[in-house]
Design a binder for this molecule. Structure first.
Ligand code: PHE
Length: 402
């Protein structure tokens, strides 16, 4: 078999003129690489897909307008199946293969928590569009988000339950392996009991569970007025059906994790009439919101959910910061790849640190999901909306200020 290496090197030689012919010896155009990791498949697939679509819309708009100082942004997207181990793997792969200057993601807080330390250690800015658990941005000074956090969201849904709905005795069923659900259950409880309400009982499940009858039976035995379910849409839909099968007639309440067009497909009639807190409402008459919906609908032929809106906002905040950094030609050069004189690793590191500083300075940025100002903890303080699930889609009920 000694002729094999010879053969393959001959094949390589034969290819050279071909490559030369199509490449024409010209360098590929410069580009700026940005990564996204998210759940494109799995039980939270609409989270990753909607986010990707929102980011894609923002990126296409940026590139059509000339990119960053004439250099186009190229998105690299990795599927993590909605699993924390895969989120870490996806981000390692993006870091080593694509050398991104920044990464957008994840949606579910547990997945953001799994990958954020890798980005922090490598000095690569990360912006989570939608992870609301407080711990996410505590991972380090390179980790940002453009959404509100759960102490606020849990308080908002508790106030809505107590003040607007007159509920006094609420049962909780939470996903124990989702940092988001565990945190939100606690923050809801803190505010609801402070207001004078009672937690009838609290039960737990795991994200892969499909049978919630045992937990529901013991919760319903305590006669709650309502059930608070701080989970994700797939579980919530199944829980609502099973609770109705067991004879529960009260309302269901939840948080942003319910936001998916799949919720009513999975939950059917059982989930109709329920309420949840969210980042945005499709029926908000604000022209900024309606303009976004129109553009998104033209491209993807569906109405955007909150994830799409947050994905769009996260990318635009990032591109705004990039444009600031790129005002310095040396920094602009270090942000982009494929320069004729490739930037040194030190220069790239400095550019990413400048990008971190520019993101941190974001103030009064007009997003689809509200005005975004990044605070000292790298979070955004924004109002929440309460929406009601109806057969025709989610309907705006009220807005809750931070
Ligand atoms: N806030 C959720 C989390 O942190 C993710 C989410 C955001 C889901 C917005 C749906 C809509 O896990």
């Amino acid at each position: 078999m000694r002729f094999l290496p010879l053969l393959s090197s001959l094949a390589g030689l034969a290819l050279l003129p071909l490559l030369g012919a199509c490449g024409g010896g010209e360098a590929l155009p410069k580009e700026i690489v940005v990564g996204q990791y998210g759940s494109l498949t799995g039980a939270q697939a609409t989270f990753g897909i909607s986010t990707r679509n929102g980011i894609e819309l923002a990126t296409d708009e940026l590139n059509a307008a000339g990119g960053i100082g004439g250099v186009k942004v190229r998105m690299v997207v990795e599927d993590d199946q909605g699993k924390p181990e895969e989120a870490a793997t996806a981000v390692s792969k993006i870091i080593s293969q694509d050398r991104p200057v920044a990464v957008l993601g994840e949606v579910a807080s547990t997945n953001s928590l799994a990958a954020a330390p890798l980005l922090q250690t490598n000095g690569i800015p990360m912006i989570s569009p939608s992870s609301t658990n407080p711990k996410v941005t505590e991972q380090g000074d390179f980790i940002f988000r453009v959404c509100f956090i759960d102490p606020f969201q849990g308080g908002a849904v508790a106030k809505f339950a107590y003040n607007s709905k007159g509920l006094r005795n609420v049962g909780i069923l939470k996903a124990v392996d989702a940092d988001y659900a565990v945190g939100l259950a606690q923050f809801f409880t803190d505010t609801f009991t402070k207001l004078g309400g009672t937690i009838a009982g609290e039960e737990a499940y795991k994200l892969s569970d499909v049978d919630f009858k045992a937990q529901l039976t013991s919760l319903l035995a305590k006669n709650p007025d309502a059930l608070f379910i701080p989970g994700y849409y797939t579980d919530v839909g199944l829980i609502a059906r099973q609770a109705r099968d067991l004879g529960f007639k009260g309302p269901f309440l939840g948080g942003d994790g319910w936001d998916s067009s799949e919720l009513t497909k999975i939950g059917g009639d059982a989930i109709i009439g329920s309420f949840f807190t969210n980042h945005y409402a499709v029926d908000d008459p604000n022209p900024v919101v309606q303009g976004f919906i129109e553009k998104y609908n033209a491209k993807f032929h569906e109405k955007p959910d909150g994830l799409a809106a947050l994905g769009y906002d996260s990318a635009r905040v990032l591109y705004g910061a990039m444009a600031e950094v790129a005002k310095d030609p040396k920094m602009a050069d270090a942000l982009s790849d494929r320069s004729s004189v490739p930037a040194t690793e030190d220069a790239r590191k400095a550019a990413r640190a400048a990008l971190r500083d520019a993101i941190a300075k974001t103030a009064g940025f007009g997003g689809v999901t509200g005005t975004i100002s990044i605070d000292a903890q790298r979070n955004a303080q924004k109002p929440a909306v309460v929406v009601q699930v109806t057969a025709e889609g989610n309907k705006f009920v009220e807005s809750i200020a931070p």
